[in-house]
Design a protein around this ligand. Structure first.
Ligand code: ARG
Length: 286
């Protein structure tokens, strides 16, 4: 008689990679206009708490061995803390942001000045786009969001500029207005031959986009509404360590099961502006 054994699945070994990111201290953070459903200008914000919480994220990155560059915050630009929207940087080229709303317009040139001074080749944008908020590098392809902020024309601009395949995804839920609120990139630098994986919220996308995601990422982590609603997907991974919203407990468990090391950070104050971990993080790729 043969005995059939069912080996318990073993989570793959994940390898962290060193990252370089750009952040902006929220010295002038507040909510005094409303450009997404999270923002309620009538409710008070606590700027010093925002700074304290942001510093924990900053220190977490330093402890992980990341290089963290800083851009000076500008008085009157309360959303500048969300550096992910400042551009999209790949192959030493910084594609500048062109913001949807007037309230953030001045951030575009401010970030481009920083990129120039840091030695990046700046590509001035022709079309509305909010940087890495809507443009995510996943392995060799770029996932690009549209529906609320970035124009679809910017996706073509990105494809031409970087010579990579760009996949347009349509966002349909105003609470998940940027792609980085609905998709998490789990493997920023996959080893040659290895596929980069993602996590996402299914209900954030229209049917054609969902079809693409299901076909391309059959092993993706599907995150619950509950975790997405604390901006759990708005996370930043080095391939092993995944910095996430500390309140995203389900996502934390899912990550652990897949062999990642989730690290929870509380950015409750910055959530009042509609942003989380990833929003405060812009990846710099030389
Ligand atoms: N208040 C900002 C806005 O609505 C939040 C930006 C969040 N950033 C992000 N990458 N999702 O524009």
């Amino acid at each position: 008689m043969s005995v059939l054994t069912h080996p318990t699945p073993v989570a793959p070994v994940r390898t962290p990679s060193k990252r370089t990111v750009l952040m902006c201290r929220p010295d002038f953070f507040t909510v005094n206009y409303r450009i997404n459903p999270w923002m309620h200008p009538q409710n008070p914000t606590d700027t010093s708490l925002a700074v304290k919480q942001w510093e924990v994220l900053y220190q977490t990155y330093l402890d992980l061995g990341f290089t963290v560059e800083l851009i000076d915050p500008i008085d009157g630009l309360p959303d500048m803390v969300y550096s992910a929207n400042g551009g999209f940087v790949l192959d030493g080229i910084a594609y500048g942001a062109l913001f949807t709303y007037e309230q953030r317009a001045a951030e575009g040139p401010a970030y481009m000045d920083w990129f120039r001074e840091a030695g990046y080749t700046v590509a001035e944008p022709e079309h509305t786009n909010e940087g890495e908020g809507d443009i995510l590098l996943v392995g060799d392809v770029i996932l690009a969001g549209t529906g609320f902020r970035s124009d679809i024309e910017s996706h073509q601009e990105v494809a031409k500029l970087f010579g990579r395949e760009v996949i347009t995804l349509n966002l349909i839920n105003p609470s998940f207005y940027h792609l980085d609120t609905a998709v998490a990139v789990l493997d920023p630098s996959p080893a040659p031959g290895e596929k980069a994986n993602i996590a996402y919220l299914e209900s954030a996308f229209d049917e054609p986009s969902l079809k693409i995601l299901r076909e391309r990422y059959p092993d993706a982590i599907l995150v619950s509404e509950e975790d997405a609603t604390v901006l759990g997907l708005n996370s930043y991974s080095d391939g092993y360590n995944v910095v996430i919203a500390s309140r995203a407990l389900g996502f934390e468990k899912q990550l652990r099961e897949r062999g990642y090391n989730p690290i929870g950070v509380d950015l409750s104050e910055l959530l009042l502006g509609g942003g989380g971990v990833k929003c405060c993080t812009l990846e710099l790729r030389r």
